[in-house]
Design a protein around this ligand. Structure first.
Ligand code: FMN
Length: 258
């Protein structure tokens, strides 16, 4: 890969903004936050990617710089060492991802495992203690489903000797994104913004003292009738089956059972 191509790939995977437009504008007197979004979706806009943009815009006037990293594109295109070196310079990560089979998507597991190896192999003389936050969204309306995945991020942050802040757990993720402008979503967005303010304040407060209370996860979901939500979900599966030349009945097949 030529130097120019490498630079193009890097800037597609890692967007710095809106306070800093280039690496050189990253002001080390202020904190630097990296939003890591990790949906495996290729062509559809993902809830996680949208949430990453939402955080970036919400924090655009804050006194810290914000950078975005997309895990799927980073794994596909670039030298991950370059990405990990950028991560080393940050003060905080907000890791944003969908729930897949009650845990995190495989691409994120791999990305974080490799980062832990990088972390252990590269002993920096002085490492600032980082803060880590998780934002998990799931398809089912119950945000409690995300609890284990948040726990995995906590465990990751222990491995890199970082301080885990808390998780924002979103149930009915596709609806929160899809109906974001609907009046019945106002309360959820008010609560999301409160949680983002908590992250901001925690980042700016610096290292937490042992006597300070640990922060609690925030659980949010769409204020919408559960039955209706699930029936919309089922219709979506049937539509997807048809688009893939399958009949509704074939969704109930159990090829693995005897
Ligand atoms: C392979 C796969 C596994 C999933 N597993 C779960 C799950 O265990 N529980 C759940 O509530 N939602 C599950 N979902 C739904 C996603 O979490 C949900 O659609 C989410 O909004 C996708 O976020 P994204 O757009 O950022 O990828 C799964 C979706 C896929 C494609």
């Amino acid at each position: 890969m030529t130097e120019k191509m490498e630079e193009e790939v890097r800037s597609e995977n890692c967007k710095i903004g809106p306070k800093g437009d280039s690496e050189s504008s990253m002001n080390k007197d202020s904190s630097h936050v990296i939003l890591i979004d990790a949906s495996p979706k290729v062509s559809e806009k993902s809830v996680s990617e949208w949430f990453s943009d939402y955080c970036r815009d919400y924090w655009k006037n804050e006194s810290f710089t914000v950078e975005q990293i997309n895990v799927r594109k980073s794994i596909k295109n670039a030298d991950l060492t370059e990405v990990y070196k950028r991560m080393e310079k940050a003060d905080a990560y907000v890791i944003i991802f969908p729930l897949y089979f009650f845990c995190m998507p495989g691409i994120l597991t791999r990305f974080l495992q490799d980062y832990v190896c990088f972390f252990l192999e590269h002993s920096e003389p002085v490492r600032q203690k980082k803060k880590v936050y998780a934002v998990v969204n799931c398809g089912f309306p119950e945000p409690e489903n995300n609890e284990e995945a948040i726990h995995v991020i906590k465990s990751f942050s222990e491995k890199i000797q970082a301080e885990f802040g808390f998780g924002i757990s979103l149930g009915a993720g596709p609806m929160i994104y899809g109906a974001k402008d609907a009046p019945f979503m106002k309360k959820v967005f008010h609560n999301i913004e409160e949680a983002l303010t908590m992250i901001k304040e925690d980042i700016l407060a610096g290292e937490r003292k042992p006597e300070q209370q640990t922060l609690k996860n925030v659980y949010l979901t769409a204020n919408f009738p559960r039955k209706l939500y699930l029936s919309f979900g089922s219709k979506g599966w049937i539509k997807t089956a048809k688009a893939n030349q399958l009949e509704k009945g074939e969704l109930y097949k159990r090829p693995y059972s005897k």
